[in-house]
Design a protein around this ligand. Structure first.
Ligand SMILES: [Zn+2]
Length: 51
């Protein structure tokens, strides 16, 4: 799970959550950080099929 927000649009209370598989997590992180968006990853149990 990728947690991120756009500091230009929203404050810290508006954190978006993107579910992503490990493969796409790196791509999404790169996308967000390249735009200066703060983001962090959160582990989710490997139960469902996501991404
Ligand atoms: Zn994926």
């Amino acid at each position: 799970m990728l947690l991120w927000r756009n500091p230009r649009l929203h404050g810290p209370e508006r954190v978006k959550r993107w579910a992503a598989c490990e493969e796409h997590l790196a791509t999404l992180r790169e996308f967000l950080t390249s735009r200066g968006f703060p983001c962090e990853t959160e582990a989710v149990p490997p139960s469902g099929a996501m991404g």
